[in-house]
Structure formats: structure tokens, C-alpha cells
Design a protein around this ligand. Sequence first.
Ligand code: ZN
Ligand code: ZN
Length: 389
Amino acid sequence: MSLKDSVAQLTPSLLEMRRDFHRHPELAFQEFRTSAKLAEFLQSLGLEVTTGIAQTGLVARLKGHKLGKTVLVRADIDALPIHEATGAEYASQTPGVMHACGHDGHAAIAAHVAAAFVGMRDQIEGEVRFVFQPAEEIVSGARPMVEAGVLEGVDAVVGLHLNSQLPAGMVGVRPGPSMAAADAFTLTVRGRGTHAAMPHMGVDTVVIASHIILALQTLVSRETDPVNTSVITIATLTAGDGAHNIIPETAELKGTLRTFDPVLRERLIRRIEELSKGVASAMGGSVEIAWLRGSPVVVNDAAMTERFRAIARSVVAEDKLLETPPVMGGDDMAEFLLRRPGVYFWVGAGDPASGKDKPHHHPGFDIDDEKALPLATELLAKAALEFLH
Ligand SMILES: [Zn+2]
Ligand SMILES: [Zn+2]
């Protein structure tokens, strides 16, 4: 049976699994049910399954009849703290938790690639290692899986992200940097509280925080080469307790840094700290900075991207295959791609006609699973086979 035919045969099970995961979403590191369902499914296929890696992650190994290379197929499995508003028949049954990024689809797709491969063992040279990682949404699941050794002996990695902003039937990929490095920081500004009518008696943290916010805008606009893409955003400013007449002792700023260039990333991390501290001290206050170092840049291997394109052309028409622009969003698939060559590609899953075009992380997010999932499964399977050779 051809791969396409076996995917067609598996499609009812593929959709059922995605919708089951959709009904029962689980937050980062709480994916116990999802993980158990995947383990049960993969064990029933005869794969060698290891559970409890990075708490709720699992690995399933499919060994071919011949020796060869090892390809890692990665899927993320976590949901988001969002209350679903799709009204879908398969909507979340857990209030406040929702698969609003498509990871329900990713888990079902990778599991069904394994199912499609079971009958093809005689054609598989080497090992296909399926890695289901928790906690992508808090950028914390990939690193502990890598530390647990899931990359040992791996020659290449491959994975995909469904994309509601691309119509179902389309495929996107680009060589090189594809998704940004994402870091988060918290700045705590300290001054001296006082009566709002006597500012000279204190050190005003609200004014210092305001100067810091404006000064930080110059790091990208004045200190960074305009063609070297980066973003600094202050997303939260907290100061005071609602009074009209008190200058608060502290103010807190929370923000994100997005970069593609590792040298620029380190420079901006240093400059955010220097500039904030300089502004605060010049104004009589001080600043403490705490970093949450996120995932590095998602970088696709150029030669493997070319091989993936050839695979994609055998599955979809030329005009359905796009070179997608880089995005400032991050993904901890980067942790695998940092250590092994590979490809992370987009599979279109949107359908504007039926309202399935909401952005990721939106309470109305949904995907055209009937169209997108079989195509994604075939592409991922073909890419894994290609990289085994
Ligand atoms: Zn997401
Ligand atoms: Zn995602």
C-alpha cells in the first residue's frame, strides 16, 4: 500500500484522536491524559515506548528491518490557559483550558505517522524516534527532553506546526532562521515612596520607569542595524496601589526580547540591563533585572530544506508550496534544531469560509482538520523517510 493510501485509511482515527485531545486539553507539564493515550496507542502498534520523560513527555522508537540512520520526529502536546469560544462539537470540556495552537493536531499527526510506518518496517532503514514533548507554550519542555538524552544517536530532526493563517492545502518552509529567539525580562525599579504632593522628599519610581521604557525603545531604533530584525516590547507596567496621592516605592516592568541573530541577542540582553540601570541611577533610583532565557532561534538546515521542498512538491502543487517569511514568534523546537540538522515546516490549516482563520492563541481558534491533518501526516512521514537516507 502506498503511504498516501495508508494515510487515507488512517484518517478517521487521526481525526478522532485530534478531536479527543481537543476535548481534553491539558496545560504544560500536566499532560498526563494526553501522554497516557499516546503511550497506549503507540504500544498497541508495537513500538518501544518510554514515558515520564521531562515529567509528561514520551518517546516511541520504531526500528526498521535494516540498520541505518536515526530520525527524530518531534510533536508538542500542551494546551493553553484560554477559555474556548468556538462552539465546536469537539470543544474543550475543561473550562479555561484550550488547544488554541494546534498541538492537539501535532500529537495526533506524529502518532499516525508511526501508525503508517508499522506496515512499512521492511522499507525503513534505521530508526524513527517519535518525541512527544510537553510544555512548549511555556518554552520549558524541549530542554529537559534533550537533557534526558532523546537526541542520542539522532542524525536529523523534523517537525511541523499547523498554521491557521495559511489556508489548508498550503505548505510553508524557509531555509535558515525561521522563528525568533524569545526571551522575557522583569525590571524592578526601586526609589523612595513619599506623598505625591511632596515629590522632592522621595525618588519617583513611576517617572524612572517611564524614562526606562522610552530609553529602551532606542536600543532597536538607534543602536541596531535596521536590517537585523529585533523587537523589544514592554508589555506590563505595574506601579502604585490605585492611590492618587502616593508615589510608590517600586515599579515593575515586564517585557520580551525577540531576535534572530545570536550576537545581537546577547548584546541586547546586556544593553537592556546597562541602559535601565544607567537611567535609574542617574535619577536616584535603582533597578534589578531578572531574565527568563527562552528558546533560541529556530534554524532550518538549508540543504535539508531543499530536500523537504522536493518532497512537498511530490505531495502538493507548486503554487501551494510557499517560502514563508520568518516570524517573531518563538518555538522550542529550536532546542532540537540547535543540536541536530533538521527542518520545521508550516502546514496550512485555515479555512476562512468556515471562520477557521482566527490567529493562534485566540479563544475562537480552530483548524480545518479534515483537510490539513491527512496532508500533514503524509508530508511528515515522507520527510522522515527522506532524512533516513
Ligand atoms: Zn502556541
Ligand atoms: Zn504552537
